[in-house]
Design a protein around this ligand. Structure first.
Ligand code: F6P
Length: 366
């Protein structure tokens, strides 16, 4: 039988547990043995008790649980060759031939580097007597399948990442709550949301809550944006609105790539319009809590697809990434998706914002 290791890596995202549950249960139903690798890549490097065989009951009740119950970490040792050598040794000693990794672009890139180095790592382990010739022959290739778990929805080649919709719900609930207190006092609020260098959460939250203005990294505002936001807020007030809500992505920038910060916007609204303004940084409340029905389902169907991809894999095939496109589960080359994701950052760095927006989401490019 295939022996599949499953791990979660990078920032946790609601839906990671349902993803692991699906890999465990569907894998078992297909005759595979499934191993939970605890604490992300750190568990792979440390081995021992961090690698545990999972059974049907190991994941009972996990659909509704937020975060990741097998733990996650942003692991430095795995970024070194020595760390990856140790990780390879642990996989071979546990008889694991495939890995399903649920994480963001950094975590998935790490997985693919590991796979590309695999035969060199085995040679070194054999040369230093850490594995036997039989083991080196038996584990001559490693299958990697990526599941994209990230609240940021910043990965190219997939419409949506596991956790993003739950996070968006959480933001909307918070902005709605802010709305009632804002209206009561006729106040303005600047709400900072997560997303790293991606504006998806901010943009969607702006649409879903009817915010007055949204700042995102992919489309910086015009040069005199201070005047623009004042005009917009003023116009909306004249129409009878008793609140002003501005959503700012944590990675928002102006057209010269300088960060735009919530406090700065607050000062503008206060000084120029005399609005009583507060800043709310939603922080990690956005990332925690139970996954939405959408994320539970997305993670489940993608977890199933990940096991199928493992079972179909051959040494010649590039590592696949399970995604979603036009409501269909997709299986695309992982490194191509990572490359496109990095191209967004490059386009922003070159001030080619139209290209960044197009790469991010053609629907919003115009
Ligand atoms: O990538 C997920 C994310 O929540 C980002 O939106 C945010 O920038 C970052 O992780 C926060 O990281 P940490 O939890 O390490 O503070």
């Amino acid at each position: 039988p295939k022996r599949i290791g499953v791990l979660t890596s990078g920032g946790d995202a609601p839906g990671m547990n349902p993803a692991v549950r699906a890999v465990v249960r569907y894998g078992i139903s297909k005759g595979c043995e499934i191993y939970g690798i605890y604490e992300g890549y750190q568990g792979l490097v440390d081995g021992g008790n961090f690698i545990k065989k999972m059974d049907w009951k190991s994941v009972r009740g996990w659909l509704a649980v937020g975060g990741t119950s097998i733990g996650t970490a942003r692991c430095m040792p795995f970024k070194t060759r020595e760390g990856r050598l140790q990780a390879a040794c642990n996989l071979v000693k546990n008889g694991i031939d495939s890995l399903v990794v649920c994480g963001g672009d950094g975590s998935l890139t790490g997985a693919d580097v590991f796979r590309s180095e695999w035969s060199g790592l085995l040679d070194e382990l054999l040369a230093t007597d850490r594995i036997t010739q039989d083991e080196a022959t038996k584990y001559n290739y490693l299958t990697i399948v990526g599941l994209v778990g990230s609240i940021d929805n910043d990965m190219s080649s997939t419409d949506i990442t596991i956790g993003a919709v739950t996070c968006l719900h959480r933001i909307c609930e918070s902005v709605d709550s802010i709305g009632t207190t804002a209206s009561s006092h006729s106040r303005a609020f600047v709400v900072e949301v997560m997303g790293r260098h991606c504006g998806w959460l901010a943009l969607m939250a702006g649409i879903a809550t009817g915010a007055d203005f949204v700042f995102i990294p992919e489309r910086p505002p015009g040069d005199d944006w201070e005047t623009t936001i004042c005009n917009v807020a003023h116009r909306h007030r004249e129409l009878g609105k008793r609140k002003t809500v501005i959503i700012v992505a944590e990675g928002a920038i102006d057209s010269s790539l300088k960060p735009i910060k919530a406090e700065q916007i607050k000062d503008i609204l206060t000084d120029r319009l005399g609005l009583d303004t507060r800043v709310t940084t939603l922080g990690h409340t956005q990332r925690g809590g139970s996954p939405s029905a959408f994320d539970r389902i997305l993670a489940t169907v993608q977890g199933v697809a990940a096991v199928d991809a493992v079972l179909r894999s051959t040494p010649e095939m590039p590592s696949p990434m399970i995604g979603m496109s036009n409501n269909q589960v997709t299986c695309k080359p992982l490194m191509k998706a990572v490359k496109l994701t990095h191209e967004v950052a490059k386009a922003i760095g070159e001030k080619n914002f139209a290209r960044a927006m197009e790469l991010r989401d053609p629907q919003f490019a115009e």
